[in-house]
Unconditional design. Structure first.
Length: 152
């Protein structure tokens, strides 16, 4: 399940809904990302996430489908927020459910790594020294690289 939204999400409510009535799930792994206050001494006062409606959802669906093809997932959820967010605000929630923990852990890590590098979101940070667009990080690309296969 994929959602792109402006509103905050409730992790407990989202995971309860995902597990409701399910007895085939033995493991659930979740990741919640939050907006950082910044690095390198340049404090971020806000971040605005932009996306292209329709294109973003299709990209997230492809990423989720790739995870389901690689691991035997019983369910998954990706919620990504857009709009203006403050440090400490939740920005992304990824939940993976499987019969066994390793598949759930691996799929969750894969989804986060690929969201950081493959999902079409644009981030504008507001700092005391002005606004700046967030560039792709080499560390994110390196994390995603571990999931590459011979098929690409």
């Amino acid at each position: 399940m994929i959602r792109v939204q402006r509103e905050p999400f409730d992790v407990a409510a989202e995971t309860a809904a995902l597990l409701a009535g399910r007895t085939d799930i033995g493991a659930m792994v979740s990741f919640q990302g939050v907006v950082r206050a910044g690095e390198d001494g340049d404090r971020v006062s806000a971040m605005t996430l932009e996306h292209y409606p329709g294109m973003t959802e299709r990209a997230l669906e492809r990423i989720e489908a790739e995870a389901s093809a690689r691991w035997p997932l019983q369910a998954s959820l990706i919620i990504h927020r857009v709009g203006r967010l403050a440090p400490g605000d939740p920005i992304v929630l990824v939940v993976t459910c499987a019969r066994h923990r390793q598949a759930a852990f691996d799929a969750c890590a894969f989804l986060i790594d690929w969201l950081k590098t493959e999902a079409p979101f644009w981030k504008l940070e507001e700092t005391a020294s002005g606004e700046r667009w967030v560039e792709a990080r080499a560390t994110d690309a390196a994390a995603a690289q571990r999931w590459q296969t011979d098929g690409g």
